[in-house]
Design a protein around this ligand. Structure first.
Ligand SMILES: Cc1cc2nc3c(=O)[nH]c(=O)nc-3n(C[C@H](O)[C@H](O)[C@H](O)COP(=O)(O)OP(=O)(O)OC[C@H]3O[C@@H](n4cnc5c(N)ncnc54)[C@H](O)[C@@H]3O)c2cc1C
Length: 406
């Protein structure tokens, strides 16, 4: 039977980081990295539209949800600068956009995978692909892993990811964690498009509009943010919608303000001035100087501001309705279709079951957990990969301590 000091299950972001860190301490041939899929890092290659938004310099606790309070000490001991330092040591340089989102300098996710897997190879990590781990049992001072044949390791690190985008990973991590005495909170898809009736969205399919978006459910405001909203046929998407989706558990509404930088009074002044300056402008183009043309025309139509008639025909009450309708566009929404279009999982193994200083399980000595498998999830913008790197780094280093011998 193959024997190792450490078996890392899952060659995604967290597992690659953990294996590369552990192998530095343990030496060549001692760390096995088991991947159920044919190659390591399949999801990593798809991140950030192939550009990999690997962390965010605007790190703040408010960007994390789930067991975020318990995660805070780990996140402050492992800030973006430390993660970027690790990548720089592997030769990967980065660039940062004005929102603090960090990408590889080449804007290629493949460069991130290359840096991590390259280091794993140099440090003698044994990669076993096409080996989905079906069971992990504590045995004889270590763990027996069933993965197309048995494999024994003194320590085991679960980095199996979540349930989102199943085509990009093989799954099964929650059952492994449960089999080792852990619990799993209810799971639901996160960072996903929301459903919104076709009558509102279909005429705008493919259109984008900048807006402040407020999410309400049961009469309560759950969350809010600003950004580009993308209209699909029966869906709303875009980064701001993805972030709001983390809080949506049932039917609710998104209220869009398409003129967030103006007060309602300022908007009213603008519309009155427009009416004065351009009295013959067709009513349907009332919003043409403010928002995406098609979005503006649809909005005018929905507000009953119809047709070819001139702007001069509108009363003050009409202009008031126009201003109100642009600043408060109420759209009924529901959680999206499911796991396929979700970027992350909301829920997972509670952090209360883990020692966050080392990411070792409190339930099973010698077992470590990292990444999306845990009940911590972040906003769009690099926060989820950051969680994977930070937990992988801490777990990999801790698992290599006193783990020599097999
Ligand atoms: C399309 C898309 C784009 C994204 N873009 C970004 C982004 O730009 N920035 C960002 O911060 N986040 C992004 N995310 C989220 C981010 O990719 C994940 O949060 C992150 O990859 C989680 O890392 P992980 O290592 O925990 O899991 P994963 O990266 O999913 O890796 C888990 C690995 O474990 C393997 N595995 C699972 N079970 C087993 C088993 N039983 N046996 C063996 N192997 C197993 C899987 O095949 C997989 O390779 C994106 C997600 C998607 C889907």
């Amino acid at each position: 039977m193959e024997r190792f000091s450490l078996a890392v299950v899952g060659a995604g972001a967290a597992g690659l980081m953990a294996a590369c860190q552990a192998a530095k301490g343990l030496g060549p041939g001692r760390v096995a990295l088991l991947e159920g899929g044919p190659k390591p890092g399949k999801k990593l290659l798809a991140t950030g539209n192939g550009r990999c938004n690997l962390t965010n310099l605007h790190m703040a606790p408010g960007h994390y949800h789930g067991d975020a309070a318990l995660a805070a000490p780990l996140l402050s001991s492992c800030p973006p600068e430390r993660v970027l330092g690790e990548f720089a040591a592997l030769g990967l340089l980065t660039r940062t956009d004005p929102e603090g989102r960090v990408y590889p300098r080449s804007l290629q996710a493949a460069a991130v995978l290359q840096a991590l897997w390259g280091a794993c190879e140099e440090r003698g990590v044994v990669l076993l692909t096409g080996r989905p781990v079906e069971r992990v049992s504590p045995q004889k001072g270590g763990f027996l892993l069933e993965a197309g044949g048995g494999l024994w390791a003194k320590k085991c690190l679960l980095a199996c990811g979540g349930a989102a985008s199943p085509r990009l990973g093989c799954g099964g991590g929650y059952a492994l964690a449960e089999g080792l005495g852990h619990t799993v909170t209810p799971l639901r898809p996160g960072l996903a498009p929301m459903k919104c009736p076709k009558k509102h969205t279909a005429p705008l399919k493919g259109m984008r509009a900048r807006a402040r978006a407020v999410l309400r459910q049961g009469g309560r405001q759950l969350s809010a943010g600003s950004g580009e909203v993308i209209f699909g046929e029966g869906t709303l998407s875009g980064i701001v919608i993805f972030d709001l989706s983390l809080h949506l558990t049932g039917p609710g509404e998104v209220v869009l303000d398409l003129a967030e930088e103006m007060t309602k009074e300022e908007l009213m002044d603008y519309l009155c001035q427009l009416q004065k300056e351009r009295p013959t402008l067709p009513v349907r183009d009332i919003f043409s100087g403010l928002v995406n043309l098609r979005v503006g025309q649809q909005r005018a139509k929905a507000l009953g501001l119809l047709g070819e008639g001139p702007l001069s025909s509108l009363t003050m009450a009409d202009l008031g309705r126009a201003a109100q309708g642009l600043k408060e566009w109420r759209l009924p929404v529901e959680p999206g279709e499911g796991w396929d279009s979700a970027q992350i999982t909301v829920g997972g193994v509670p952090l209360a079951e883990i020692r966050v200083e080392t990411m070792e399980s409190k339930r099973q000595k010698g077992l470590f957990l990292a990444g999306e498998l845990l009940n911590v999830h972040g906003d769009c913008g690099g926060y989820n990969l950051h969680w994977a790197w930070a937990t992988g780094l801490v777990a990999g280093r801790a698992a290599s301590k006193g783990g020599e011998g097999c």
